[in-house]
Design a protein around this ligand. Structure first.
Ligand code: GDP
Length: 529
């Protein structure tokens, strides 16, 4: 791909990998990083001395503040394209963190296990991408093992996700009979390296599957079947259409094996050629932020706390939406109405962190702070706008917090408030009674809350069941709200921003109350600005 003369943001590809646990996300991530060399270089190559200084600056921050950041963002460069791969949490519990990370990407790679097809987590994550019209590239993994027939997998993706599929490559055999991959767009035959593992042993460019170069080779045996399958595939599935892909209606499908390095280059080439550069970002007041605007804007999609209990420092992950960010810049923290100097922004690489001197739309910088920045915050060069589209979700699990040592109410509340700002839990303060209620989307988040309050705030808590199963944000005028509070005081609470919430006992009550207060809007999500 020619990148000469392109604006820096046009060379950015910011994406995430979505999958069900065990499908191969970690292995694929590793292989993508390896293939990209996992370094950020061209155009920004610095003198070695300067590089060393930058690195030691970062290490100093890491030591002084004790911040330890897992690989939430991995940046690498390949053939002039900067790939920013944003990690989504791998555990089965579906957290809001994942949703919000997906608000910061422009495309997603969906990894499917060839033997298992679409699994529950894949489907949930896919639905989030669909809500946001994020284009999806499908990678059918583990074709080095016995799996389902390629046609069966394509049908499943098409039907289960109601998505047009457009196969880009075709597996030639599977499992012990695996010979290689046929790239029917490029008309190339990639031959498997056999037992030696590693990437393709050979690549032949063909005129088609009837190319004479194939006769007499090991492929002869399966050529008829392959030709038939490929013909069926060509008839049964969509031709690749870039518009349709970018709108999220069509997914290109690649077959490969992350473990054996099959299909890695194809995916990276495809992302470079077809995945979109940074998209425009909606903001308050009907404003749309365009990546080519001069002024810097960005938003926090994730906050990671310090793992060291002695410190309260956090890293806010900021996705840049427009402008050229320069180290040391003063940016307006819109919610707080204050200027902040971003003096030690961080870039994340596979193996190291580095102080970010320059960053462009699509890039993610880490901003160390003492808790001023929280998920959903917008940074600008002065404009009073908030980026929109970062939702808080109605929790699926609600619990009342029980405190063992009542002398520690203050620490507990501070802790819960902090964790809520990180986006780990939601807190609800009931109108009646003083014990806070926490809400989460996945049960695992509750364990994390207990552990972190103990470790970081020296506070032992437990949870009690509550009669509520879900919450909805209430949108109405103050008079109606007052009337609601009078009639349903037990069910009303305020969230961490003092926004009113109705706590429902069950689905029947949701229906009943919604009907009773037909002029009130009950929201399942709330914009977190
Ligand atoms: P994750 O849970 O999605 O991150 O999955 P991992 O990358 O950890 O992979 C889960 C298991 O599948 C590991 O044992 C991997 O070695 C294995 N695995 C991943 N990719 C492949 C592949 O292409 N072929 C085979 N045979 N195994 C694979």
């Amino acid at each position: 791909m020619a990148t000469n003369g392109a604006a820096p943001h046009q060379t950015r590809r910011t994406f995430a990998i979505i999958s069900h646990p065990d499908a191969g996300k970690t292995t694929l991530t590793e292989k993508l990083l390896l293939s990209g060399g996992a370094i950020r270089a061209a155009g920004q190559v610095r003198a070695r001395g300067e590089r060393r200084r930058a690195r030691s600056d970062w290490m100093k921050i890491e030591q002084e503040r004790g911040i330890s950041v897992s690989s939430s963002v991995m940046t690498f460069e390949r053939k002039g394209i900067i790939y920013n791969l944003l990690d989504t949490p791998g555990h089965e519990d579906f957290s809001e963190d994942t949703y919000r990370t997906l608000t910061a990407v422009d495309a997603a790679v969906m990894v499917i296990d060839a033997a298992k097809g679409i699994e529950t987590q894949t489907r949930k994550l896919f639905e989030v991408c669909r809500l946001r019209d994020i284009p999806i590239i499908t990678f059918v993994n583990k074709i080095d093992r016995e799996g389902r027939h390629a046609l069966e997998i394509l049908d499943e993706v098409q039907e289960a996700l109601a998505l047009d599929v457009s196969p880009q490559t075709w597996p030639v055999g599977m499992g012990s009979d695996f010979f290689g991959v046929y790239d029917w767009q490029k008309k190339q035959f990639h031959t498997s390296g056999g037992d030696r593992g590693g990437p393709y042993a050979d690549t032949k460019t063909l005129s088609g599957l009837d190319d004479e170069a194939l006769t007499g080779t090991v492929f002869d045996r399966i050529l008829d079947e392959l030709t038939e399958n490929v013909e069926l595939g060509a008839e049964g599935y969509a031709e690749f259409d870039k518009e349709s892909f970018l709108e999220g209606h069509l997914t290109p499908v690649f077959f490969g094996s992350a473990l054996r390095d099959y299909g890695i280059e194809e995916i990276l080439d495809f992302i470079a050629d077809f995945a979109p550069p940074p998209h425009s970002q909606p903001a308050t007041g009907g404003r749309t932020i365009m990546p080519n605007e001069d002024k810097v804007t960005g938003f926090v999609f994730k906050v990671q706390a310090n793992m060291d209990p002695k410190h309260r420092d956090r890293i806010a992950f900021v996705r840049l939406c427009s402008g050229t960010f320069k180290r040391g810049m003063k940016l307006k923290h819109v919610r707080a109405g204050k200027q902040i100097a971003v003096s030690a922004p961080i870039f994340f690489f596979a193996e190291e962190r580095e102080i970010a001197d320059l960053a462009y739309p699509g890039d993610v910088i880490g901003v160390p702070n003492h808790g001023q920045l929280r998920v959903g915050d917008t940074l600008t060069e002065g404009e009073n706008i908030h980026v929109t589209g970062l939702p808080a979700f109605a929790p699926e699990i609600l619990r009342r917090v029980r405190l063992s040592d009542t002398m520690r109410v203050k620490q507990m509340r501070q802790g819960l408030q902090d964790l809520a700002e990180e986006g780990l839990v939601q807190i609800f303060k009931p109108d009646l009674g003083s014990n806070w209620i926490v809400g989460v989307v996945g049960a695992l988040q509750l364990d994390v809350v207990v552990d972190r309050l103990r470790a970081e705030y020296g506070t032992e808590i437990g949870f009690e069941a509550v009669p509520y199963t879900t919450a909805r944000w209430i949108e109405t005028d103050s008079q109606t709200l007052q009337k609601m509070i009078e009639g349903h005081r037990m069910s009303i609470a305020n969230d961490r921003d003092d926004k009113p919430v109705f706590l429902f006992k069950n689905a029947w009550e949701v229906g009943h109350i919604t009907e009773k207060f037909s002029d009130v809007t009950f929201r399942e999500t709330r914009e977190i600005v």
